[in-house]
Design a protein around this ligand. Structure first.
Ligand SMILES: *[C@@H]1O[C@H](CO)[C@@H](O)[C@H](O)[C@H]1NC(C)=O
Ligand SMILES: *[C@@H]1O[C@H](CO)[C@@H](O)[C@H](O)[C@H]1NC(C)=O
Ligand SMILES: *[C@@H]1O[C@H](CO)[C@@H](O)[C@H](O)[C@H]1NC(C)=O
Length: 376
């Protein structure tokens, strides 16, 4: 499995995975290297695909309605988000889709690509080529492989009424402008302040930077993001500490009504069994438990559950997955309890919030463990 959601350059609606005769419809484009993201409008059933140099709008039956070319274009890491006239090493560069999100409040599609320091466009859901607005603000990762996770959830100035876009981005080297892009931020969806940091003050605001020494040597990979019960969460993989070379998975959390990210907290998330540590989270989904699982977990069928697939590290590369994987299931109730314990533990003088790379590291870590394992 790959660490970011990457689809092959073809999709198919299937009834059963095993038998090719069960495929009802397909859509593909041989001219395109890869499909990166897919979203389905829950109201209309329309399908949107973000690909390398293309965006597609399909009908619910996977008929192509609009295909929009987004690249390649002349670009360079040395170009600022606003202009690119004087950069020496400009070259024709692919535009890799890094985020694709439906804003149901304004009925718009948000599509972000790797070109021009990672900018986003806002598009009409009825026709993604019509009346497109491109906003010159660096939001997502600016190369083909660095991770980005984006989702919409309540946030400042007035949650739960106001919605913002939460974004987690891996720091990339090689550009003078990337130090201004936060690792985690909440971005405004107001039409006058589109994608600006939702709330800012002189040194604080709805953004979190990793300190300048750590971000180059200890990259954070953002795998999945979700919102549940007043908080936004990111699932990440990162080095356990600055010396061991071991990788772990961590859950990052911020409170929706926090204008300054003072509530920003990380805890390790564990998927271990029979002596195997499935340390690298690969993909996840938050949903509701079925009635059997809910009763096993001691929760109701309305409570949120996190399903996450993990791999054991490849012994050689450490940050790449090996062949061994497991699915772990966590109740959000248990996750909230673990964050609470960790915060109490920290505030009772046992270290700080567990922000190894953001503030100095302290031995202040309780790990959330799954309630169910399924070995794959
Ligand atoms: C979508 O909008 C573009 C630009 O206005 C237009 O050329 C195209 O015909 C429209 N497509 C559909 C299916 O409405
Ligand atoms: C993207 O940036 C990261 C971090 O600087 C780097 O490790 C990676 O090789 C880059 N990927 C590409 C395709 O340039
Ligand atoms: C993983 O699977 C591949 C393909 O089945 C195999 O070639 C490789 O040796 C396996 N690696 C390990 C560490 O088992």
């Amino acid at each position: 499995m790959r660490s970011s959601l990457t689809l092959l350059a073809a999709i198919a609606f299937v009834v059963a995975v095993a038998d090719p005769t069960d495929i009802i419809r397909t859509f593909g484009d041989k001219k395109v290297q890869a499909f990166n993201h897919l979203v389905v409008d829950k109201n209309t059933g329309r399908v949107y695909i973000g690909a390398v140099n293309r965006l597609y709008q399909l009908s619910p039956d996977l008929d192509l309605v609009v295909s929009e070319e987004t690249g390649p274009k002349e670009d360079s890491e040395d170009c600022s988000v606003l202009e690119c006239n004087n950069a020496q090493n400009k070259k024709l560069t692919d535009n890799v889709n890094k985020a694709l999100v439906i804003d149901y409040t304004t009925t718009r599609l948000i599509a972000c690509g790797s070109l021009f320091q990672g900018i986003c466009s806002v598009r009409n859901l009825q026709n993604i080529s019509d009346g497109t607005q491109e906003i010159r603000e660096a939001v997502v990762a600016n190369n083909a492989t660095a991770s980005t996770v984006a989702f919409i959830a309540p946030g400042p100035p007035n949650p739960p009424v106001s919605q913002v876009m939460y974004v987690g981005v891996t720091f990339t080297l090689g550009s003078p402008y990337r130090s201004e892009v936060p690792a985690v931020s909440s971005r405004s969806l107001d039409k006058d302040r589109m994608f600006a940091i939702a709330q800012t003050a002189v040194t604080t605001g709805t953004r979190m930077f990793v300190n300048s020494l750590a971000r180059e040597r200890y990259p954070i990979t953002y795998v999945y993001g979700f919102s549940s019960d007043g908080f936004s969460y990111f699932l990440t993989t990162q080095m356990r500490d600055t010396t061991s070379g071991l990788y772990i998975s961590k859950l990052v959390r911020v409170c929706h009504d926090d204008e300054n990210y003072y509530s920003y907290t990380e805890i390790p998330i564990d998927c271990t069994s029979d002596g195997r540590k499935y340390n690298l989270v690969q993909a996840a989904y938050v949903g509701k438990a079925g009635s059997d699982l809910a009763s096993d977990l001691g929760i109701t069928a309305q409570d949120d559950v996190l399903f996450a697939v993990f791999s054991e590290s490849d012994p050689v590369t450490a940050n790449k997955p090996s062949n061994f994987s497991a699915l772990c299931v966590y109740s959000l109730k248990a996750i909230r309890r673990k964050f609470m314990q960790n915060i109490k533990h920290c505030f009772s003088g046992n270290g700080q919030r567990g922000l190894d790379f953001i503030s100095p590291s302290h031995p202040c870590v309780l790990t959330v463990s799954p309630i169910r394992h399924y070995f794959l």
